[in-house]
Design a binder for this molecule. Sequence first.
Ligand SMILES: Cc1cc2nc3c(=O)[nH]c(=O)nc-3n(C[C@H](O)[C@H](O)[C@H](O)COP(=O)(O)O)c2cc1C
Ligand code: SF4
Ligand code: SF4
Length: 257
Amino acid sequence: MIHYFSATGNSKYVAERIGKAIGEEVCSIGKIPADITLKDNEVVGLVAPTNWLGASLLAREFMMKTHFATAQNNYFFYVATFGLLPGASGEDARRLLAGNGIALDASFSVHMPENFTPLFSVNNKKSIAKTLEKAESKIDQVIEQVKNRVKGNHTCVRLPYFMRQVMSVLLSYEQQTKRFRVDENTCIGCSLCYNTCPVQAISMKPNKDTQNRGMHPEWTSEKCAICLGCLHRCPKNAINYGGSKGHGQYLNPNTKI
Ligand SMILES: Cc1cc2nc3c(=O)[nH]c(=O)nc-3n(C[C@H](O)[C@H](O)[C@H](O)COP(=O)(O)O)c2cc1C
Ligand code: SF4
Ligand code: SF4
C-alpha cells in the first residue's frame, strides 16, 4: 500500500505513479492512529510534502502513531516531495518510524513545484510546467529503486538533522493561524475550505459586515497543520497567509485534488 498526504496534489500524483507502476493500492492518510496489518512481502510507502526541511505534520503523526502489524519481508520507503530543499526529510522519516518500531528501508526525494506561497510566487506557469516535466524521469528512477528494494537514504542535498530541529523552532512561529486572512468581500461562503481541511481546523462564521450576510472561515490554531491546502483550493483566491497575497495558487494539474 502506498500512503500519501498531499495539500496541493504533488505527493498524491507521485504516490499514484509509484502505486500504478508496482501494482500497489494508493491511499490518502486517513484517521490517525490507524491499524495497518501487512502481508508477507508487502511494500509500504509514504509520500508526503517537505515542510520546514522535514516531513509535514500529518505525515509525522502518521509515522509516529500508526500501529503497523508487520509480516515477513516487508519493505518500507518514504518519498519527500519538495519545492526547494528536502533538507533532513529522509532522516526525519527514519527517526519517526524507528520511534514506532519500524525500520525504514529507503527514502527518496522528488522535486516538484513549490506551494509555499507566503515566500514564493507560483505565477510563472511555464516554470511550473518545466518542473513537472523534469519530475517524470525522477519518479521513474524512484520506481526502479523501489522495485529493486534499494536501501538507504537517497534524498538529494541532505542537510544535518539539527537543521530540521532549528526549523522546528521557527515552525512554532509559523504555526500561527492568526497569519491567515480571508477577504470577506471576495469569499462566497462556499465552505470548500471547511469541507476539505484534513484536520477540521476551520469553522464557518457569519460575516461581521451587516451588508454581507454570508459566512466566512475562521482557523483554529491547535489543529491547523499549515498545509495551505485551503489557500490553494479556494475558488475565489480569498485566503492569504503571511505574505502570500499576489503569489497565486497552485494545484498539481495531473491529479484530482
Ligand atoms: C508550510 C510549508 C513548508 C514547506 N517547507 C518546505 C521546505 O522546507 N523545503 C522544500 O523544499 N519545500 C517546502 N515546501 C514546499 C512543498 O514541500 C512542496 O511544494 C510539495 O511538493 C507540496 O506537496 P503537495 O502538493 O503534495 O502538498 C513547504 C510547503 C509548505 C506549505
Ligand atoms: S473556499 Fe474560499 S470562497 Fe469558499 S468559503 Fe473558503 S474562503 Fe470562502
Ligand atoms: S486549515 Fe490548516 S490544516 Fe486545514 S487545509 Fe488550511 S492550512 Fe491545511
